[in-house]
Design a protein around this ligand. Structure first.
Ligand code: SF4
Ligand code: SF4
Length: 162
């Protein structure tokens, strides 16, 4: 036995408890403040794009599909390139991004590493061309009236001085 190197240690280790975690049978304990898979709340997002500007990894994409009186805006977060820095969540003015404690993003098809959400953004109503033309005509008429009053006043002053 003594001639076989580490035989005693090997035998002793057979009866010891493993030092490794028993994952996945026992879920890992996640510490407070852990930054895992992103959760995106499309209902509160306003599409400002701040998260895209601060993402150094370029992991966030914004897609806009125009439609009548509104836009469909989709934000997509690619967990495959994300570095989990958390800056997007820190800078989001609407707190629409959260880095959760979810660490398992194993995938074969890629769908598990894409987080996305879509919301509708209403556009302001288009101005009525007829109303714009009427407002311009009214402004021009008012200006002409003011100029006429001013001109009449000057003429009266000139008449008095003669
Ligand atoms: S998730 Fe936040 S920072 Fe990003 S576009 Fe929406 S509101 Fe702006
Ligand atoms: S956590 Fe960092 S790298 Fe990941 S999407 Fe947000 S800003 Fe980009």
């Amino acid at each position: 036995m003594a001639r076989i190197p580490f035989a005693k240690q090997a035998l002793m280790n057979l009866f010891k408890r493993p030092v490794t975690n028993k994952y996945p049978q026992v879920p890992a304990e996640i510490p407070e403040g852990y930054r895992g898979k992103i959760k995106f709340d499309a209902d509160t997002c306003v599409g400002c794009g701040m998260c895209i500007r601060v993402c150094a990894a370029g992991s966030i994409e914004k897609k806009i599909v125009p439609k009548e009186g509104a836009q469909d805006i989709t934000l997509t977060f690619d967990m495959g390139s994300c570095t989990f820095c958390g800056l997007c969540a820190d800078f989001c003015p609407k707190k629409s991004i959260e880095l959760t404690k979810e660490y398992s993003m194993i995938t074969v098809a890629g769908e598990n590493i894409i987080v996305s959400g879509t919301f509708e953004k209403k556009l302001p109503p288009k101005p009525d061309p007829a109303k714009i033309a009427a407002a311009k005509a009214a402004a021009a008429a008012k200006k002409a009236a003011v100029e006429k009053v001013a001109a009449d006043g000057e003429n009266k002053e000139e008449g008095k001085s003669k």
